[in-house]
Design a protein around this ligand. Structure first.
Ligand code: HXC
Length: 262
């Protein structure tokens, strides 16, 4: 897979996607979003069996993604803006609904659309140089890639409003303390720490992780009854997999299971 604005590298079951427009601090233009859409679609279709974890990060050492591309957006009319928001929603939904975990490695600025991408990921870890935030109100707009809704679910209504209204940058430690990200690592260690986490997840039963992701993602906005039903269905389904047989057999025989994703 070769792209103009993304670097895509595979190592075994782990795929690293790097936003690669360092001159603009990896700002997201429509073409980058379309490339990400095509890349994620390929991973979940043609490369489904080989893909267990995806890592997202930014090129250039200064930014994860400094937001949607303000040069491109500045000439938008109402319909263009709506279409751009729809494109972003579609791509971030692909992250949130992917059958594998997506990890954000926040190695610098994660602002606006960059923070929204992070919110759509399953897990987020940051370097101690990271700065996060939703500065859209400074530009006379609001988050438009699902950020308003994902943010209130992540940090609560009042904290989300504080972040969106005030546009302040949040450093990595505060981001961890309010639950925006999970852990902070020294800048130079972020990549190896996140790779280690990805390797750990890639050794687990992929269909079980996929169902755990689906049930927690879909169940979150359902009634408790409907969400419990999703869980019961997924639990039952997994008993039709080779991985369940292998996992339980290995436990009983005191060996380590090699999961096949079948
Ligand atoms: C386009 C951007 C950009 C962006 C940075 N650049 N962010 N270009 N869109 N979002 C460009 C700058 O114009 C500059 O280009 C180069 O990257 C380096 O940035 P500097 O500003 O010179 O760097 P620095 O002084 O270190 O400041 C870093 C920064 C600042 C604090 C991150 O760049 C900044 O505030 N960026 C905008 C952040 C933002 O508002 N994001 C939200 C966008 S709205 P030149 O050519 O001058 O070197 C959004 C909406 C999402 O995301 C939803 C849409 C539907």
């Amino acid at each position: 897979m070769t792209y103009e604005n993304l670097l895509v590298e595979r190592e075994g079951f782990i795929v690293k996607i790097t936003f690669n427009r360092p001159k603009t601090l990896n700002a997201l233009n429509s073409s980058t979003l379309r490339e990400l859409e095509s890349c994620l679609t390929r991973l979940r279709r043609e490369e489904k069996d080989q893909t267990r974890v995806v890592i997202l990060t930014g090129a250039g050492g200064k930014a994860f993604v400094a937001g949607a591309d303000i040069s491109e957006m500045s000439s938008f009319g109402v319909d263009d803006a709506r279409e751009f928001a729809e494109l972003g929603h579609r791509v971030l939904d692909l992250i949130a609904e992917a059958p594998f975990p997506v990890i954000a490695a926040i190695n610098g600025f994660a602002l606006g659309g960059g923070c929204e991408i992070m919110l759509a990921c399953d897990l987020a870890y940051a370097s101690d140089r990271a700065k996060l935030g939703q500065p859209e109100v400074n530009l006379g707009v609001i988050p438009g890639f699902g950020g308003t809704q994902r943010l209130i679910r992540r940090v609560g209504l009042a904290r989300a409003r504080e972040i969106v209204y005030g546009c302040d940058m949040i450093d990595a430690e505060k981001a961890r303390d309010i639950g925006l990200i999970l852990e902070v690592f020294p800048h130079d260690e972020l990549e190896s720490k996140v790779t280690g986490i990805a390797q750990h997840l890639a050794s687990k039963a992929p269909l079980a992780i996929s169902q755990a992701k689906r049930v927690t993602e879909k169940g979150y906005d359902e009634s408790l009854w409907a969400a419990h039903e999703l869980e019961r269905q997924a639990f039952g389904l997994l008993f039709g997999t080779e991985d369940q047989t292998a996992g339980m057999k290995s436990f009983l025989e005191k060996t380590k299971a090699e999961f096949k994703g079948r």
